[in-house]
Design a protein around this ligand. Structure first.
Ligand SMILES: Nc1ncnc2c1ncn2[C@@H]1O[C@H](COP(=O)(O)OP(=O)(O)OP(=O)(O)O)[C@@H](O)[C@H]1O
Ligand SMILES: [Mg+2]
Length: 253
């Protein structure tokens, strides 16, 4: 079964053709990578999927539901979460508070009961905290729950972003360069975490430049170049595709 289907997705910024009639499908429970040179349109694609950017043309369906043009918070509620190329955390808040804020889209008590601090709110807050700790355990940050998020090492901040994404209880998780800036050890751990998310039944699409990661964990790879999908296939198909090699190395090679 396909969880996500993208049809003829196009995004122009004035004269810039950031993505041009891109189509692909993502199987439920799979790990898919989106690769391509800088400026290929990868992040713009994620922005369209998550409702941050309105596509110029094309359609996106998620569980057979048309989501094109929906607002980001509606898309999160339907079960799609993401991380960003540049880390976005509440840097002054603690690690666990960062996760708890993310959970709010799945909780009952509204803003008003949070202010009044009703007993139902307090019960719910306790449950939210326990759940937040579970999410932190999943990404290996349970020992840092009371640490200020901005003081965590870079690799741990990336993992916290994933915990925040997971806290919205998504079926599909989009990761924009999860291993960028990581050392080899952190990269291996991140690959392990992505595999673990898959074992939990999540579908994952990642944008990634590290070919060891891409080839090591993806079932399917979509290659973008100048906004156009130039190839799609398994790691072994993509590795020796001449169009892909040319996109990365230039024609003269
Ligand atoms: N908000 C915007 N306004 C104008 N142009 C934009 C905007 N966002 C992206 N672009 C342009 O669209 C193209 C694709 O950018 P995008 O960030 O999607 O590429 P990318 O594949 O994610 O690159 P990278 O690997 O460097 O992250 C680029 O030419 C970029 O300058
Ligand atoms: Mg990008």
């Amino acid at each position: 079964m396909y969880l996500l289907e993208v049809r003829d997705l196009t995004k122009h910024f004035g004269g810039i053709r950031a993505i041009e009639e891109v189509r692909f499908r993502a199987k439920e429970g799979s790990i898919m990578s989106i690769i391509g040179p800088n400026g290929a349109g990868k992040t713009t694609l994620f922005n369209c999927l998550t409702g941050i950017t309105r596509p110029t043309k094309g359609a996106i369906s998620f569980f057979d539901r048309e989501i094109t043009g929906l607002k980001p918070d509606s898309i999160v509620k339907l079960g799609m979460a993401r991380t960003f190329q540049n880390i976005r955390l509440f840097r002054e808040m603690t690690v666990i508070e960062n996760v708890m804020v993310s959970q709010h889209c799945r909780t009952q008590s509204g803003f008003l009961s949070a202010i009044i601090r009703s007993s139902s709110f307090r019960d719910e807050e306790k449950a939210i905290k326990e759940k937040a700790l579970e999410y932190l355990e999943l990404v290996g940050l349970e020992a840092y729950s009371d640490t200020i998020a901005g003081s965590l090492p870079y690799g741990s901040q990336k993992r916290l972003e994933i915990a925040r994404a997971i806290a919205t209880e998504p079926r599909l998780i989009l990761l924009d360069e999860p291993t960028a800036g990581m050392n080899p050890q952190e990269t291996r751990e991140m690959m392990g975490l992505i595999k673990k998310l898959q074992e939990l039944g999540k579908t994952i699409i990642l944008i990634e430049h590290d070919m060891k990661v891409v080839m090591g964990i993806s079932e399917n790879i979509v290659v973008l170049d100048h906004g156009v999908k130039i190839a799609e296939g398994t790691p072994s198909e993509i590795k020796c595709n001449p169009m892909v090699i040319e996109a990365y190395l230039g024609k003269e090679h």
